[in-house]
Design a protein around this ligand. Structure first.
Ligand SMILES: *Cc1c(COP(=O)(O)O)cnc(C)c1O
Length: 448
């Protein structure tokens, strides 16, 4: 895979060089020149320093939402970056702006918006959500934005930035939202997370859509993490109910830099109603206008954006279409199976126990031992297992904090002597982890 990317990149750079030279000869100014030794030394130091990372590329890394992009994505990114187009405006990079429109149209089609929509790439899920909440505020001024306690903390923070009151909706044990505790007249928008950042939970979009219709509220889907799981909506690996309804929401956020095989700097926001573009109107003398076509910069809060991000995602979608049986579907299926396999192996393990059944590819679990009876002891042992893996460089996990009341409800054998319990959490984002899971579990079981 790396070989193919290197070869593709080298060929592309050579042909770009021919294009660059077609404008006539020129020489790089001497102020920009460097000695070979200097460059060599800097890269030697860089490669040493980068080895201070955890092995995000390897199946032993079963911790946070982190993984390197697909080689095709970084090669396309690197190639485009030598030109450094800016997707702020069409003139900043006509080809990469064109590719951005194409990938956004593909995402819109994928999420069921058809061909009437508005959207663009962003530098992150945070900015994409900020835009969606800003449009929500402009659409329903003076009203609150509601989200569950499991949603990403960014929503609370962005409500503050936007000067909108954000309120938390309690979640019932069944997973449904407890709307009884809110005044429907005050709520302008409800956020639903499909694939929570914590444990990959899928919130009840069906219930929220019905409630919102009844009360005239907007619905925003935060699928920053989960979006690509829609490829599995008709498979028997996940419950497709909520995923099949995405097209009914007013806005959707997805992060190609999470499960979309992209380098960081690639989020996306989509709106079902293209007329929300009116909120972005600005009149600036310095945006360049040589074309009457839609400028992505005119419908984005951000100005300069990496054209290379659009190029990389475009190249990736050529290789990995958003389909169930080809491209992204098989990748997402493999990751989901890894979590299901880890869950079932832990159910029969006498040293590890799943916290609950995974809905996607994220599993919460904790170590068990005869001597452990209280929630604070569970926390302590979890941390010990976490530390041991990193110290021995044999596995890498993440820690996750759950309310002790939830923990006791799901695992009644324990005594709650703390407010929260620290458990272990693995995000199985690498399809290679399906085969590695039994070995990973063995290593964890040996760690205490
Ligand atoms: C990661 C994530 C975000 C934030 O996105 P960034 O790209 O990290 O800025 C928001 N919501 C959810 C559900 C996420 O998983």
């Amino acid at each position: 895979m790396n070989r193919q990317a290197h070869e593709g990149l080298n060929r592309a750079l050579e042909s770009l060089q021919v294009w660059k030279e077609s404008f006539g000869e020129w020489e790089t100014d001497s102020t920009l020149s460097l000695s070979d030794e200097k460059v060599k030394a800097v890269f030697e130091e860089l490669s040493q320093r980068m080895q201070g990372n955890y092995p995000f590329h390897h199946p032993v890394y079963a911790g946070q939402m982190l993984k390197p992009p697909h080689p095709v994505a970084w090669a396309a990114y690197a190639m485009a970056m030598t030109i450094n187009p800016n997707n702020h405006a069409l003139d900043g990079g006509p080809p990469s702006s064109g590719m951005e429109k194409e990938v956004i149209a593909e995402l819109a089609l994928f999420f069921g918006y058809g061909d009437s929509f508005l959207g663009h790439l962003t530098s992150s899920g945070t900015i994409a959500n900020l835009e969606a909440l800003w449009v929500a505020r402009q659409s329903n001024p003076g009203k609150k934005i509601a989200f569950s306690q499991n949603s990403h903390y960014t929503h609370e923070r962005m409500c503050e930035v936007l000067g909108v009151e954000g309120i938390k909706i309690p979640v019932r044990h069944s997973g449904s939202f407890d709307f009884d505790s809110v005044n429907p007249k005050e709520i302008g928008t409800v956020i639903v997370t499909l694939g929570t950042t914590g444990l990959g939970e899928v919130e009840p979009l069906d219930q929220v859509l019905t409630w919102a219709k009844q009360h005239g509220a907007r619905v925003h889907i935060d699928a920053a993490y989960g979006g690509f799981f829609r490829t599995l909506k008709d498979s028997d690996l996940i419950d497709g109910t909520q995923w099949r309804l995405m097209q009914e929401a007013d806005s959707i956020v997805v992060d190609p830099h999470k499960h979309g095989l992209q380098p960081y700097g690639c989020g996306a926001v989509l709106f079902k109603d293209p007329s929300v573009g009116k909120f972005y109107k600005h009149d600036s003398p310095y945006t360049y206008f040589t074309s009457d076509d839609l400028h992505l910069g005119e419908i984005s809060l951000e100005c300069s954006r990496a054209g290379a991000a659009a190029v990389a995602f475009w190249a990736t979608l050529q290789c990995f279409p958003l389909q169930e049986n080809e491209g992204f579907g098989p990748i997402m299926a493999q990751c989901t199976r890894a979590a299901i396999k880890a869950h079932s192996l832990m159910e029969s393990s006498d040293k590890l126990k799943p916290y609950k059944k995974p809905e996607l590819d994220i599993l919460g679990y904790f170590p068990v031992s005869d001597s452990i009876k209280t929630t604070s002891e569970v926390s302590e042992l979890s941390k010990r297992v976490f530390d041991t893996g990193m110290k021995e460089r044999s596995f890498y996990l993440s820690l996750y904090r759950v309310p002790a009341s939830d923990f006791i409800r799901l695992h009644p054998g324990y005594e709650a002597d703390s407010e929260f319990v620290t458990i272990l959490r693995s995000v199985f984002m690498r399809p290679e982890q399906l085969d590695f899971v039994p070995e990973l579990i063995k290593r964890m079981e040996r760690a205490f």
